[in-house]
Write a protein that binds this ligand. Structure first.
Ligand code: 5GP
Length: 115
């Protein structure tokens, strides 16, 4: 058996983390190293999918649920507008191979450069 991911360990209460959303299928935690005033990770409870490519192919409804939770977080903690980032593969910056969406909000204008 493989070890639970860092996110599953937070969900299970094995390590500390601030859970801000908890539904039947997804949860959200504040990122430990925030890149914007709002920086939350939205994560499916299943560890079945390593990245969004696998998730979109395997369970598009679950991906849609993640996007709906992202919007809910942006409504509650920002002005309803948000950046949604999925890193896919180590060379793209992915470090945790349990699919997760970064939800960024209240981003300083000066930090929006690049794309
Ligand atoms: P990735 O680099 O895979 O796209 O994103 C992983 C994210 O998980 C990073 O932004 C990192 O800061 C966050 N992270 C890693 N370990 C922990 C942790 O123990 N607690 C929390 N809340 N976030 C974590």
């Amino acid at each position: 058996m493989t070890e639970p991911s860092i996110f599953t360990r937070i969900l299970n209460g094995d390590i500390p983390g601030e859970i801000v959303v908890d539904t039947d299928t997804v949860f959200a935690i504040r990122d430990i190293n925030p890149q914007a005033p709002l920086h939350v990770l939205v994560i499916p409870k299943t560890e079945q999918y390593r990245d969004v490519t696998e998730l979109a192919a395997g369970d598009p409804a679950l991906l849609a649920e993640m996007v709906a939770v992202a919007k809910q977080l942006a409504d509650e903690h920002a002005n309803g507008e948000y950046r949604l980032i999925f890193n896919n593969g180590p060379s793209a910056g992915q470090t945790v191979f349990h699919v997760h969406a970064h939800v960024l909000g209240n981003i300083e204008e000066s930090k929006l450069v690049g794309f």
